[in-house]
Design a protein around this ligand. Structure first.
Ligand code: ADP
Ligand code: MG
Length: 697
């Protein structure tokens, strides 16, 4: 059995956790729940926190609410009832004072003979009845007794993520035993870098990750391992780059792009000019552009996209733009038609709802080169969509698409890879973007086009709802338009319990109190696309002047003269989403308002979020705050799962080493770091190893 193996090497790491002594099928499946499948997963399982048990606290100083380690003698034992549960209690005395420790598992009573010396670690609770600190089911070990658990006493102890039936204590023992073995693993980070960065040796880092001498040392060890992970990650991205084929360079600047710029009814912002230059540099090369354009809502990304597409067309290639929803595709298509009026271009729009006969015609034209620019939705991704000479792909709101979807647009094409421009309005902190999109170049549109009205953000408690709406109605009667966003469509039991206003509920409420002249429409995800489109159209032309909707309006909708955004239960939304919603207003030159209605008993977190939104206008600042508050989940949604194969690297804590490791890898690629033959060989091996690993963004 592998459990008896004395050396941990790369072979051993791949073994199922099941092979470790003490792990049966039941534990095996519990381990899966915390993401541990293999020995390697276990070895790199990051403790949630550490408990410093090196400091023994005198019992007289023990206070409720703290984690403490105490040591003393058992002086008394007896039955005890607490919280209505039967159990037993022991009294521990260390000469400075005594404390009661309660256990509810009666069969354990025999484990604590009076007179024995014991060491105990746990969170101190407060016994309200007797008005004193108390410990409930703490970790313990009887000192000097057979089976004395050295793993808990007098050390800095890792506390792992746990799940019902699999406690930290068991995991800790398992890891402890594992670490008794000799570890032989290759450190792929070359010595020159290790020395420069003062890195601990890999094996030492692994040991200290679990059993450091101090909490700080544990954190340092973790970071040392994160450095290796990032290093491998960027090394792997390098490989992806090698895989890309050649691209068609768009050398010729022609009539189309220049006329387009000339006809624009406004000046490009400085940001737009800069981004266009960055794109120019890329598309004139025969290496495919891989660029992510990040820009807040309303920053003017569409113009940049259209310009890029025209650059493809005037060089004899086709371009395509994919948007995540039909509404958005429609909108972009309209904008496109409007901006390129009078230019000799053949445009088409392809959606899931496109009629079969029309679709057939479009596909035929596309294949024969009869279409220059194709705008569409996911419908572009089906097998039968074939281009004649695809030169550029633009993907709007790219985070709504999976990685594979992004690539499947041109996987078919054999010889050439089209230039790729990804766009997102979800502002991602640079640190995150660098890893998440590590193989992309980044462009940023920071400024909003001039002449935009300010947006004032106002926080209101739910009990002021009547006030809010009577104010909104007044504004509407003066000719403004308002969005009202709610989290849910219809009331579920869950929402009743929490007093959540759902869409239909709110609609009823508003219909009752609205004055003459306010026309309310509703929009939600269960409506047919055609219905949605009709409602949007009515909102645009003013037949509807108050639009109650779910977050379906979150992405990209552009109704210039909408000036009010009311977000119901704003405290239930994430920061990024709130920011997106707010971006629906302030698009014209009039002053706009974003009113955040929060629950009367809003949580601390919820309040912190809405306050941050009130304080900051820039999505990028909000993104940094969000990353700090919630981790990367908000940005990545579910797709973050297993992303990059990171086990230890933490987006926020390790943001300071991201660029560093990335730069080292670049230097290595450019042979700017001296390597020994052995190191060269190791890096080649790593390449092979990573080649087998799954695909990353
Ligand atoms: P987003 O980045 O959210 O996709 P859009 O491209 O839809 O933003 O632009 C938002 C609005 O701003 C559009 O109506 C667009 O015509 C307008 N716009 C874009 N660039 C400029 C500019 N330089 N000056 C003024 N208005 C602009
Ligand atoms: Mg847009």
């Amino acid at each position: 059995m592998a459990g008896n193996v004395n050396k941990i090497d790369s072979e051993f790491l791949k073994r199922d956790i099941r092979y470790l002594k003490g792990v049966g099928p039941k534990k095996q499946s519990l381990f899966r729940r915390i993401g541990v499948k293999t020995v390697e997963d276990l070895l790199f399982l990051v403790p949630r926190r550490y408990e410093d048990r090196t400091k023994i606290v005198p019992i007289k100083d023990v206070r409720a609410g703290e984690y403490v380690t105490i040591q003393g003698r058992i002086t008394l034992k007896g039955n005890r009832k607490l919280f209505g549960k039967e159990g037993f209690g022991i009294i521990i005395d260390d000469g400075t004072g005594w404390i009661e420790v309660v256990f509810f598992v009666k069969s354990m009573k025999g484990l604590f003979p009076v007179g024995e010396k014991i060491i105990i670690t746990g969170r101190v609770e407060f016994d309200k009845y007797y008005h004193k600190p108390i410990l409930i089911h703490p970790e313990y070990s009887i000192i000097g007794k057979e089976g004395y658990d050295e793993v808990i006493a007098g050390m800095v102890i890792p506390v792992y993520p746990q799940t019902e039936g699999l406690d930290s204590r068991f995991i800790r023992k398992l890891v402890y035993e594992l670490l008794q073995k000799e570890i032989e693993l290759t450190d792929y980070v070359p010595r020159a870098i290790r020395e420069k960065e003062n890195l601990l040796p890999l094996v030492e880092s692994i040991r200290k990750l679990h059993f450091p001498d101090s909490v700080d040392e544990g954190e340092r060890a973790r970071k040392n391992i994160a450095f290796r992970e990032l290093f491998q990650f960027f090394w792997r991205l390098n490989l992806e780059r090698e895989k890309l084929r050649k691209a068609h360079p768009f050398n010729k600047k022609g009539q189309l792009s220049q006329m387009f710029l000339k006809n624009l009814p406004f000046e490009l912002t400085e940001g737009q000019k800069k981004v266009i230059e960055e794109i120019e540099r890329d598309i004139q090369k025969n290496v495919p552009m891989q660029r992510l354009l990040q820009g807040d809502v309303g920053s003017g990304k569409t113009v940049v996209a259209i310009y890029s597409m025209l650059r493809a067309v005037e060089n004899g290639y086709q371009a395509t733009l994919m948007a995540p929803t039909e509404t958005l595709a429609d909108q972009i298509f309209l904008v496109l038609l409007n901006f390129v009026k009078g230019l000799p271009l053949r445009l088409a729009l392809l959606k899931g709802s496109t009629r079969a006969s029309e679709r057939k015609q479009i596909l035929r034209d596309l294949k024969e080169g009869g279409i220059d620019i194709l705008v569409g939705t996911h419908a572009l991704l089906t097998e039968d969509v074939e281009f004649y000479r695809l030169g550029l792909v633009v993907i709007d709101e790219q985070h709504k698409f999976g990685v594979l979807q992004r690539y499947s647009l041109w996987k078919k094409e054999e010889e050439y890879t089209p230039h790729l421009l990804l766009m997102t309005a979800t502002p991602i902190p640079r640190s995150l973007a660098l890893t998440l999109y590590g193989n992309l170049e980044l462009s940023l549109l920071k400024d909003r086009p001039a002449g935009r009205g300010k947006i004032e953000t106002i926080i209101k408690l739910e009990r002021k709802r009547d006030e809010v709406y009577s104010w909104v109605f007044k504004k509407i009667l003066k000719g403004e338009k308002a969005y009202v966003v709610v989290p849910l469509i219809e009331e579920s039991d869950y929402s009743k319990e929490r007093g959540i206003q759902d869409l239909f509920n709110l609609y009823d409420y508003l219909s009752k109190i609205k004055p003459e002249g306010v026309h309310i429409g509703t929009l939600h995800g269960r409506m047919k696309t055609e219905e949605k489109r009709r409602v949007m159209e009515k909102f645009r032309n003013g037949e509807i002047n108050m639009l109650v909707s779910t977050t379906v309006i979150e992405v990209g909708i552009d109704v210039r003269d909408a000036t009010i955004m009311v977000i119901e239960h704003a405290d239930r939304f994430g920061l990024a989403q709130l920011h997106q919603l707010r971006g629906r207003v302030g698009r014209g030159n009039k002053k706009s308002y974003c009113i955040l209605v929060v629950s009367d008993n809003v949580t601390e977190d919820g309040l912190e979020r809405v306050k941050a939104l009130k304080k900051h206008e820039s999505g990028f600042e909000l993104a940094e705050i969000d990353l700090k508050m919630r981790g990367p989940g908000e940005f990545l949604g579910t797709r973050q799962h297993g992303f990059g194969g990171f086990r230890v690297f933490h987006f926020y804590k390790d943001r300071d080493i991201i660029e560093k490791t990335r730069d080292y890898v670049t230097k290595l690629r450019e042979n700017r770091i001296k390597l020994t033959d052995k190191e060269k060989e190791a890096l080649m091996q790593l390449k092979e190893k990573l080649r087998e690993a799954y695909y990353v963004a």
